[in-house]
Design a protein around this ligand. Structure first.
Ligand SMILES: Cc1cc2nc3c(=O)[nH]c(=O)nc-3n(C[C@H](O)[C@H](O)[C@H](O)COP(=O)(O)OP(=O)(O)OC[C@H]3O[C@@H](n4cnc5c(N)ncnc54)[C@H](O)[C@@H]3O)c2cc1C
Length: 438
């Protein structure tokens, strides 16, 4: 019998710069490509949100459909199976007598636990993981991971001082081994053509990358990146990075190619600077483990906030007393994407004005954002709540000041109908449940 490998795909739905597929291209055996849709993604968590809202799930389906089409052209089949990953993967390992399991290394503690369970169940199966969601490999970092610098600036200075090695992105694979099983088990449902404003999948990712770097936008990125709105004001790479339809290494390389052609400036450098932020949060997540989700966070200091369902609901639905925050939440709910500045303002409002437990906000973003990334999302929320890797200890984005700076003519507020109506008080009952007079 031919040797068999199972590749468990997660956030690596691409053919370019995919170390696993490149390594397997001339493998003289059979390959099983599997993606697992987990039922828990659609169950409400302790924080009153689900892991996947409609926009996020539709975007994933587009990425899956594009990947399935791409591997089909190479004679392969992507099996998209709904179930608990431990069971789905275990069953296939058994059923098809597979000797080797390969996957991209995950920074989330939950995802690591899933793999560890499978390893424990099948000690005779060889498990190989690949660090291909980051710019650097852990072994190339200029420090041991246990000594990860306590803040981003210290990290950046270290990796920039004697530039840390970034491997060249690998070319697209053009050959794949035969599938283990020939008939597809579950087709990917048709995705509504107009689900959200971003096109998902590896081809859309490459098209966006080409369009962005053929424009002059990278040369003014630093001046525009803080805007609330506007497609080319920031790169929008996060949307494709999250599902791994493009890699951070590819994008970093594209910035360097752009700089060679058009000249480097502070703006083009700043794209690399932000990709380093992503990188820092990834390694921070590995180091923080379950603490990434703790109320007291990395700092082990409890914020003076609590949970109040009415305030939380008002924030989620964009019915707070703050017009700018309402507009931001309306955009998030309608599209699944908001700018970095909008994320900072909405998160700061939840923590500072509404005095709510930051984890509820982080979980709501997890449900809504099509670019949701466990490390970036929970790491940034901790940062704003003052329990993360921020040397200043929390950030308060004063809403009036932010409105004056970024939406002085209230265009964004009008576009997303953020206006506050008289009835939008934070609380309609007091702590003892008495109605509050308007
Ligand atoms: C509360 C909060 C939650 C966030 N949740 C997420 C999330 O779930 N997924 C996510 O990818 N980003 C998250 N971010 C970071 C940032 O807002 C987005 O990466 C950025 O807005 C995406 O748009 P862009 O690709 O146009 O970014 P650009 O400004 O063009 O940046 C280029 C790339 O750099 C990286 N990057 C930029 N800023 C950050 C940052 N602060 N932290 C980490 N990486 C960064 C992203 O990969 C981004 O694609 C969050 C920020 C905050 C304040």
């Amino acid at each position: 019998m031919k040797k068999r490998v199972l590749y468990w795909l997660r956030n690596d739905l691409r053919l370019v710069d995919n170390e696993i597929l490149s390594e397997l291209a001339d493998f003289d055996g059979e390959l099983d490509l599997v993606f697992v849709i987990e039922p828990r993604w659609f169950r409400q968590t302790n924080y009153q949100s689900k892991s996947f809202g409609t926009h996020k799930f539709n975007f994933l389906r587009k990425s899956l459909a594009a990947f399935a089409q791409a591997v089909e052209k190479l004679g392969q089949t992507l099996h998209v199976i709904t179930g608990e990953p431990e069971q789905v993967i275990s069953q296939r390992l058994q059923k098809y007598e597979i000797e080797t399991l390969v996957c991209t290394e995950q920074v989330g503690v939950y995802e690591q636990k899933q793999l560890n369970k499978i390893k424990a169940l099948y000690p005779h199966v060889t498990v190989k993981t690949y660090q291909q969601d980051t710019l650097f490999k852990a072994s190339d970092l200029p420090f041991q991971l246990d000594n990860l610098p306590k803040n981003f600036t210290a990290f950046r200075k270290k990796v920039e001082a004697e530039p840390t090695f970034i491997a060249a992105p690998l070319p697209a694979v053009s050959l794949l081994p035969h599938p283990v099983q020939l008939c597809p088990e579950q087709a990917i449902d048709d995705v509504p053509a107009h689900s959200g404003s971003f096109k998902g999948g590896l081809i859309a990712a490459q098209q966006h990358c080409n369009a962005y770097f053929s424009s002059k936008a990278p040369s003014s990125y630093k001046e525009t990146r803080n805007e609330l709105d506007g497609f080319s004001n920031s790169t929008k790479f996060s949307v494709w990075l999250a599902g791994g339809t493009i890699s951070a290494k590819q994008l970093y390389r594209e910035v360097e190619v752009y700089e060679l052609k058009n000249g480097a400036n502070e703006s083009s450098y700043w794209i690399k600077f932000e990709l380093l932020w992503r990188e820092y949060f990834k390694w921070h997540a590995v180091q923080a483990g379950a603490k990434l989700f703790h109320f007291k966070g990395q700092k082990q200091s409890a914020p003076l906030t609590t949970f109040n369902s009415q305030r939380f609901e008002a924030w989620c639905q964009g019915r707070t007393p703050f017009a700018l925050v309402n507009a931001i939440m309306h955009e998030l709910n309608a599209t699944g994407y908001i700018s970095n500045r909008s994320r900072q303002i909405a998160a700061s409002c939840l923590v500072n004005e509404l005095e709510l437990d930051w984890r509820y906000g982080a979980a709501y973003f997890e449900q809504q954002l099509i670019d949701y990334d466990v490390a970036a999302n929970w790491g940034n929320w901790q940062y704003i709540a003052g329990v993360g890797v921020d040397p200043r200890g929390g950030r308060h984005f004063h809403i009036n000041k932010q409105t004056a700076l970024y939406d002085p003519l209230a265009r964004f507020i009008r576009k997303w109908q953020g206006d506050v109506t008289v009835s939008e008080l934070i609380d309609v009952v007091d702590a003892a449940d008495w109605p509050i007079a308007t």
